[in-house]
Ligand binder design. Structure first.
Ligand code: ADP
Ligand code: MG
Length: 573
């Protein structure tokens, strides 16, 4: 069984830098791939890998390197190989503001498919940890094992890392071993060049309690927005202040342009703290969250809840009503049955599904408001097996909460991103709008184009972020609560709407309902626009509403263009 559960990077404020051109590299001399070759093994999620590499860190920040052609050539000469990426995302683990190490998650191509691995490097240049996140072939997987990888820690860029000399080969896996050795050299080369040799001049600013990392001007954070601001002279010279944390099992990133780095840092910290508070309230993984408590107790008797929690449930119920049950936070038992919580894909029988369906209905949630500030109200489940899963709305909700906190600091611009649920406030320095790239749903190295947004939110629900495959069939993590089965037909939906909660919920709703019905429901939220991607006989058909199209610029794709575009009206019946 091939299973695949990917971390989410559905949206990029900055373009994805982890470029891999699997097909291009060795295609000429490649032998035909055996039919039984592709076998995906997911060993670690990105979050687990970062925890492994930075076990002690209290903060992990990211730094993006985009190489100029000259820099790339220099690195290629240094490594004596060709590189297929133009940049890297470097994770920097810190404890009490002190750098504990660097890590890069990267890919090399095995015999036919790329494998993904992480290499952690200490500030002294020596490898601290190395691990494989995903291996994609039936042969050569030995390189993911500890008994092979133990050979790397302690080695540095000074060590040549040659197969058979420095690293013991594994019979039958020579090619993978070779590529792993080259990949490790690549990471060491980058970290050595950019961080240990001082080229990057990372300065960690310490201002009061602010712990922001900034790079020397003009080098780092060259995302779509910054590239854009270089074009004109209108930019006021404000600094880009940015911080990334792992929250709700995904990346939370807030960026803002400011003259007052200290205030900007405090605003970002407070907003990220607010997201963490939402996680503590709404997590269905944390046993002590209010949501977990409700899940444990609400089928027995009404559970007293905070006003904030009741408001969250009410918002969720609003979207269930609006969508006629296509959106339903009680989908939890089905998500679990299909194996999406423990990331072990499983196709249940119709009988198993039918047994659970009565527990899945938002109508099973009963809210009683007391009108009392101290005892705002209770939540009761009318079915013994009802459970709540906040997955399709919680992140958007947390973005809105974070925005409210951020605004209190009097800053007029920000990009708040929680796992692809993005709200952009105002305008980036010197420009009219924030640019948000929209990923190609079938080619993670490409974007379809970018949105230009201001004071609004966007999010995507796609079948390419979390799914599993069995016998070539893809099962997405979005389930139609009415049938109990993963939705087919739609492959991605991007929504633009006034708030984070709107876009998170609506992207799931339109995904479940599909193009025709989905578009009708959009009309009920003023300002909501959509891009809907469907797959038809291997071809991707994209529909955008007029309003979406006005904010969107398509980009030429490098690969063969297998997409067709249609502009539709949300008002059409
Ligand atoms: P993302 O994982 O990118 O946030 P979504 O916002 O679309 O994607 O949320 C999908 C998650 O919501 C699933 O992983 C699952 O936990 C839950 N879910 C699945 N189907 C539904 C549905 N029909 N209604 C509400 N929640 C759902
Ligand atoms: Mg959603």
């Amino acid at each position: 069984m091939n299973k695949n559960v990917f971390f989410r990077f559905s949206f990029y404020v900055s373009l994805s830098l982890l470029v891999l051109f699997a097909g291009k590299v060795f295609s000429q001399e490649r032998e035909a791939e055996p039919a039984d070759n592709f076998q995906m093994e997911v060993y670690l999620t990105q979050e687990e890998a970062l925890k492994l590499v930075f076990p002690e860190s209290d903060e992990i920040v990211t730094d993006e390197i985009i190489m100029t052609p000259e820099e790339k050539q220099h690195l290629e000469q240094l490594l004596k190989r060709r590189l297929f990426e133009d940049g890297f995302i470097v994770y920097i683990g810190k404890k009490n503001d002190e750098i504990q190490g660097y890590a890069i998650i990267t890919e090399e191509i095995g015999k036919f498919h790329p494998f993904t691995f992480i290499v952690g490097v200490k500030p002294n240049g020596k490898i601290s940890e190395i691990a494989v996140l995903v291996y994609r072939e039936s042969r050569g997987g030995e390189i993911a094992r500890k008994r092979f990888l133990y050979q790397f820690p302690g080695k540095s860029f000074k060590n040549p890392i040659r197969i058979n000399k420095d690293i013991i080969n594994i019979t039958g896996a020579t090619m993978s071993v070779q590529y792993m050795c080259a990949g490790v050299r690549k990471v060491l080369g980058v970290i050595n060049e950019y961080y240990l040799n001082g080229k990057r001049e990372i300065n960690v600013t310490k201002e009061g309690n602010d712990k922001k990392m900034q790079s020397s001007a003009g080098v780092a954070h060259r995302n779509l927005n910054e590239k854009q601001s270089k074009k004109g002279d209108e930019a006021s010279g404000k600094k880009l202040v940015k911080e990334t944390r792992m929250i709700m099992g995904t990346f939370a990133e807030i960026s803002t342009y400011s003259n007052n780095v200290k205030n900007a840092g405090a605003a970002i910290d407070a907003a990220l703290n607010e997201m963490e508070r939402m996680d503590a309230l709404l997590s269905n993984y944390k046993k002590d969250s209010e949501l977990s408590r409700v899940n444990r107790e609400a089928a027995k008797s009404p559970v007293p809840c905070s006003a904030e929690f009741l408001e969250f449930i009410e918002q969720s119920l609003f979207f269930s009503e609006l969508s006629g049950g296509a959106f339903d936070i009680t989908v939890s038992p089905l998500v679990s049955l299909w194996g999406f919580f423990n990331e072990k894909g499983h196709i249940p029988s119709d009988e198993e599904i039918n047994r659970l369906l009565p527990s899945v209905s938002y109508k099973n949630i009963e809210i009683k408001r007391n009108g009392d500030k101290k005892k705002p109200g209770t939540v009761f489940f009318k079915h013994i097996s009802t459970q709540i899963d906040p997955g399709a709305i919680g992140k958007g909700y947390a973005v809105d909460k974070a925005l409210n906190v951020f605004k209190k600091y009097g800053i007029d611009n920000a990009c708040i991103n929680l796992g692809g649920n993005i709200y952009v406030l105002g305008e980036p320095d010197g420009k009219d709008a924030w640019r948000v790239g929209i990923q190609h749903p079938r080619n993670k190295n490409e974007i379809l184009g970018y949105l230009e947004l201001k004071d609004e939110a966007t999010a995507t629900s796609g079948d390419y972020e979390r799914f599993f495959e069995i016998d070539g069939d893809r099962y997405s993590h979005i389930i139609d609560p009415r049938t109990g089965k993963p939705v087919k037909g739609t492959i991605a939906v991007t929504i633009v709407a006034p708030s984070g909660t709107d876009v998170d919920a609506l992207s799931t709703i339109v995904y479940v309902l599909g193009k025709e019905k989905g578009l009708k429901h959009l009309r009920e939220i003023p300002g909501a626009e959509a891009l809907i991607a469907c797959e038809n006989g291997g071809k991707i058909v994209l529909y955008t509403t007029r309003g979406f199209n006005e904010k969107f610029t398509r980009v030429e794709n490098e690969g063969k263009t297998d997409v067709t575009w249609h502009v539709v009206s949300a008002n059409q019946q």
